[in-house]
Design a protein around this ligand. Structure first.
Ligand code: NDP
Ligand code: MG
Length: 380
């Protein structure tokens, strides 16, 4: 039995990871975690019988201790709680399906404890990739990408020499507002931005997909995962989301991974690598698909993408500023406190005001995040 733990088990990636576990019957789940959804977490505890379950809010944790008193699970809370799930003895792979920079410390702790990482939580790599990647090499652990594009790149790299890789072609659907111009985005409501054309995902990443911030984060994520320069990563709009990403080699050959939009494929590949297991579901039918389209991204309208390239090129604390400003701005947009276009305006404003610090420590990353939050809160 393979042994895993999941940070963010109640979310979109977390529940799909548990679906993969449920079907394969050869994985044991030793740790689970949620932010506040203790009803679902309780069900998961009863079904998967983990040793430890973490809830972010202490009050909710207390409530869950009462509800799950008849089980053997130990319920923990806060950052310490997340870290206990990261470090559970015997766990081989930690699935980081939590959302946001909050995943940095638990991910670092898991690597220090020798766990492999199945990484969905891209914000962690964007902000602390320069700490995480060398640490992973030092501890000789693997980071398996769960993000569909990065899994596609990882799959396309199999059997080829890394040194012959020339370019990463990172595909993007373009989101629900592809083809629109700034003036058409003035009155976008939360409901509009939450409608992704091809994928069903958590709220934050769905908004990020609509602004192209998600693609920007993925460019930075790819830089760290595959050790390439930002400018060797080219974003290609592929509206049908059939090509999940591609790589180009020295001889001009392009390798790609294609499939239906189902996150269970990259999740399962990350958990069983290098094995390719059967996965039920719809298959691509090229007679029906007939054609694939490609476009250049509109970086004037969706200029968050060019801000991401800028942050990625500069490195240091600037990617943290890009990410932290987006995290808070998206939360405010979802709470209907700001308008849609303000998300990118806020990111740009925070990046302009920031004095970049090279090679930041974890503390400096968290300080940069706090400074961004302060700046945004004191607007107007
Ligand atoms: P969801 O919002 O669906 O789930 C987030 C999970 O994190 C939930 O379990 C949530 O708990 C938990 N969580 C949130 N805040 C906290 C907190 N403060 N402390 C502890 N746990 C917390 O997100 P997704 O599954 O969509 O995304 C997760 C990550 O995966 C993100 O980084 C995203 O970018 C990435 N990703 C997602 C894809 C997708 O298809 N969904 C595709 C590729 C990458 P609760 O339920 O209690 O709120
Ligand atoms: Mg993705």
């Amino acid at each position: 039995m393979k042994k895993i733990a999941i940070l963010g088990s109640t979310g979109s990636i977390g529940t799909q990871t548990l679906e993969v576990v449920r079907r394969n019957k050869d994985i044991e789940v030793l740790g689970l975690s949620a932010g506040s959804n203790i009803l679902l977490l309780e069900k998961q505890i009863r079904e998967f019988k983990p040793k430890i379950a973490a809830v972010w809010e202490e009050e909710k944790a207390r409530e869950l201790r009462v509800r799950a008193a008849d089980t053997d699970v130990r319920i923990v809370s806060g950052m310490e709680g997340l870290i206990s799930v990261s470090r559970i003895a015997d766990v081989e792979i930690l699935v980081t399906a939590i959302v946001g920079m909050i995943g940095i410390r638990p991910t670092i702790e898991a690597i220090q404890a020798g766990k492999d990482i199945a990484l969905a939580n891209k914000e962690t790599l964007v902000t602390a990739g320069h700490i995480i990647m060398p640490l992973a090499r030092e501890k000789n652990i693997s980071i398996f990408p769960v993000d569909s594009e990065h899994s596609a790149i990882f799959q396309s790299l199999q059997g080829n020499e890394k040194k012959t890789l020339k370019k990463i072609l990172l595909t993007a659907s373009g989101g629900p507002f592809r083809g629109k111009k700034q003036e058409e985005l003035l009155d976008i409501r939360v409901e509009d931005a939450l409608k992704h054309p091809n994928w069903s995902m958590g709220q934050k990443i769905t908004i990020d997909s609509s602004t192209m911030v998600n693609k920007g984060l993925e460019v930075m994520e790819a830089k760290w995962l595959f050790d390439v320069d930002i400018d060797e990563i080219q974003v290609v709009i592929q509206p049908q989301s059939i090509i999940h990403s591609m790589v180009e080699y020295a001889d001009g050959a392009v390798m790609a991974q294609l499939g239906t939009p189902d996150m269970k494929l990259p999740i399962q590949y990350a958990l069983y690598y290098p094995e390719r297991k059967y996965l039920p579901g719809e298959r691509l039918d090229f007679w029906r698909i007939k054609r694939l389209d490609f476009e250049e991204p509109d970086m004037d309208t969706f200029y968050a993408l060019s801000l991401a390239y800028k942050a990625g090129r500069a490195g240091g604390t600037l990617p943290t500023v890009f990410n932290a400003a987006n995290e808070l701005a998206v939360r405010k947009f979802l709470n209907r406190e700001i308008k849609y276009l303000e998300i990118t305006e806020i990111i740009e404003d925070c990046m302009r005001a920031h004095k970049n610090r090279k090679n930041p420590t974890l503390e400096e990353i968290l300080d940069a995040e706090a400074a961004v939050y302060e700046r945004i809160e004191s607007r107007r």
